[in-house]
Ligand binder design. Structure first.
Ligand code: 5GP
Ligand code: MN
Length: 347
């Protein structure tokens, strides 16, 4: 465990009363015409978008009139999230306020996850960080980082509640998407009684969980179904890896995507098919993002702390789900992962 940053919260503990008070003061102290910029991490997933847009809708209800939401990179929202309430808050990164009064970051464990928007941290009047990654580097000035929270949306709901913003169906839909994606539809270990209590509060607004789940988990183009078939067909099992706990992995290239006419984000769901493998504790999908650059997703069933592997290779994440950007060939990236696995055994 790292030592507490000076004046900050020890890693592993959730926000203190002082942290909550600082966050509330940053919002309540905003002038009437304040400009607030919300930023979530690159290649946004359900928690990044859902916590950001749900909180943004809440801030709008609270009275912030000049409000933008954005994320680094191309401004396209993955198709499964294109119905989310609050999408009208989104602007391309180049149109985002250059010097907002307040910047709020969602689900980003480190500054590197903010891409070109990282300069807003210094240019903004104040920087508030809402996150739940144990690997959070404590960038920004005010931290609401709770490694025990199942999703960043848990922290976002906590702040909305303290601001006195009631949940409505639009806010709830966003926060529910965030909560259900990061808990794998309420299947992962992080699914505590409090997660179900929060889900109950969200469902009580009248949102329809069946419709939401079908849109975000159970719908993909036929081309993606066939692409998955090919990419899963080349998966490799290495039972001896991670000191015998086993590794299963596959990769997908930009050419694979082009042949099936698919955008990159369809590959996000692939890891769920790979991690089913009974014979492996660790699963891994290596996704090409440039000729010699790969976005790596890793999952563990518990014998390996994959966030340690990810951090060692320049990324981050959680114990059971983590990632990093790898350079070189697929084989070189895999060699680096294999080398880190043994040192990341949990017992
Ligand atoms: P996924 O595999 O679903 O993309 O990500 C799993 C977890 O690892 C998420 O919590 C995500 O934020 C984190 N993660 C994935 N890629 C990176 C990365 O390149 N850098 C960092 N710091 N975290 C990552
Ligand atoms: Mn998250």
């Amino acid at each position: 465990m790292t030592s507490p940053a000076e004046g900050g919260t020890p890693a592993g503990a959730g926000p203190t009363d002082t942290d909550w008070a600082a966050a509330l003061a940053a919002v309540r102290g905003l002038p009437a015409d304040a400009r607030v910029l919300l930023i979530c991490h690159v290649n946004p997933d359900g928690d990044a978008l859902g916590s950001m847009l749900g909180f943004g809708l809440g801030l709008r209800r609270w009275g912030v009139r000049h409000l933008q939401a954005t994320f680094p990179g191309p401004p396209e929202v993955p198709e499964p999230f294109r119905w989310l309430p609050g999408l009208d808050l989104l602007v391309p990164q180049d149109d985002a306020y250059p010097d907002p009064d307040l910047v709020i970051c969602f689900d980003a464990a480190s500054e590197s996850r903010l891409g070109d928007l990282v300069d807003r941290l210094d240019k903004a009047g104040a920087a508030l960080v809402l996150d739940h990654h144990a690997s959070n580097t404590r960038f920004g000035g005010i931290h609401l980082v709770d490694p025990h929270a199942a999703a960043t949306s848990v922290v976002a709901e906590g702040l909305l509640d303290r601001l006195g913003v009631p949940l409505d169906a639009e806010i709830a839909a966003c926060l529910y998407v965030a909560l259900s994606t990061d808990t794998g539809s309420f299947r992962f270990e992080a699914t505590t009684p409090e997660v179900h209590r929060m889900a109950a509060r969200l469902l009580a607004t009248g949102i329809r969980p069946g419709d939401i789940s079908r849109r975000i988990f159970d719908t993909r183009p036929f081309g993606a179904v066939r692409l998955f078939g090919e990419v899963l067909g080349r998966a490799r099992l290495e039972p001896e890896a991670a000191a015998g706990r086993g590794l299963v992995w596959t990769y997908a290239t930009q050419d694979d995507l082009a042949r099936y006419g698919q955008p990159a984000y369809v590959l996000e769901a692939l890891i769920d098919s790979v991690r089913c493998t009974a014979e492996a504790d660790v699963s891994c999908v290596v996704k090409q993002v440039a000729p010699a650059e790969w976005a790596v997703s890793m999952r563990s069933k518990g014998a390996v702390d994959v966030s340690r592997v990810a951090v060692a290779l320049g990324g981050g994440g959680h114990r059971f789900a983590a990632g990093f950007t790898g350079r070189g060939t697929v084989d070189e990236v895999l060699d680096r992962i294999r080398a880190e696995l043994v040192g990341a055994l949990t017992a």
